[in-house]
Design a protein around this ligand. Structure first.
Ligand code: G3D
Ligand code: MG
Length: 267
């Protein structure tokens, strides 16, 4: 767990391992270690994860480096209410991690305390786009997390575990989906539709038959680039399917989320 002081490293580990959150802040001196077992049932893998929660105050480099040794990956946190903590990811934490682990460490960036900010806020939009370009630059991903509500906490450790095993995380998580980049191609839209179904239904084996049936009905052939009208038609058709197992309310919710993905389409 890396990141400046008070970004929420200790709280996030506590939330993940002990399922608790407390508001009293005691600065970590040195490092604390906790264990967690993760079962990747679909891959037949059980991972025993040792989580090192390090002192975040900059300057304690010897302590920090000593505790990074042997690590298989890192969650690097910043605090959504303090933009300067995001800047230290690149100016301080990545260089330090690379010194110890070599050029391409497994890492995921976390923007923590999402419960304290309004996600639609203009300032937040620029924060988000900074994070997006940071994660693209380092060929990884980021999550908005909250140790208080637990939002995306499981996803973060789950995916870091996979990266540490040199395994590709399975698919998008909801955060990336619904905060999709602007100006995406129609193929990317279709890919996100698929990812959304995957999330909602929990696996390829459920998603593929639905798409196999619905794509031709919307006139989509995966060998050709889909048109906007075809994607809109597909959205309608997926909604029909979802009505069956989600009911009106649930089906509508996802229908509008996909519609919002469609608005990101280039042109
Ligand atoms: P650190 O280990 O990175 O130094 P801590 O950070 O986990 O000790 O957290 C520092 C402060 O931020 C604590 O509050 C903690 O409760 C708060 N905090 C951590 N994560 C979150 C979060 O997701 N949401 C909110 N609202 N607060 C969070 P205090 O008030 O004791 O300083
Ligand atoms: Mg701490």
């Amino acid at each position: 767990m890396l990141g400046d002081g008070a970004v929420g490293k200790t709280s996030l580990v506590k939330r993940y391992v002990d399922q608790t959150f407390s508001d009293s802040y005691i600065a970590t001196i040195g490092a604390n270690f906790k264990k967690k077992i993760i079962n990747y049932d679909d891959r037949g893998i059980t991972l025993k994860m040792l989580i090192g929660d390090l002192i975040g105050q900059q300057g304690y480099q010897q302590t920090q480096k000593a505790n990074m040794r042997g690590a298989k990956g890192a969650l690097i946190l910043c605090d959504l209410t303090r933009p300067e903590t995001r800047e230290s990811i690149e100016s301080y934490w990545i260089p330090l991690l690379k010194e110890v682990l070599g050029d391409a460490p497994s890492m995921i960036f976390l923007a923590n305390k999402s419960d304290l900010v309004d996600m639609e806020d203009e300032e937040l939009k620029s924060y988000r786009s900074e994070l997006l370009s940071l994660s693209e630059k380092y060929n990884t991903k980021f999550f908005f997390t909250s140790a208080k509500t637990g939002d995306n906490v499981e996803h973060s450790f789950f995916d870091l575990g996979l990266l540490s095993l040199n395994q590709e995380p399975a698919t998008y998580h909801s955060d990336e989906l619904y905060h999709a980049k602007e100006d995406i191609s129609s193929v990317e839209v279709l890919d996100l539709f698929k990812a959304q179904l995957y999330l909602e239904l929990g696996g390829e084996e459920f998603v593929n038959p639905i798409l196999q049936a619905q794509l031709p009905r919307a006139g989509i052939d995966v060998n050709n680039v889909p048109t906007v009208a075809q994607l809109e038609e597909l959205n309608e058709r997926i909604k029909e399917v979802e009505l069956d197992f989600l009911g009106e309310k649930g089906a509508n919710k996802y229908y509008f989320k996909r519609k919002s993905i469609l608005t990101k389409l280039k042109g």
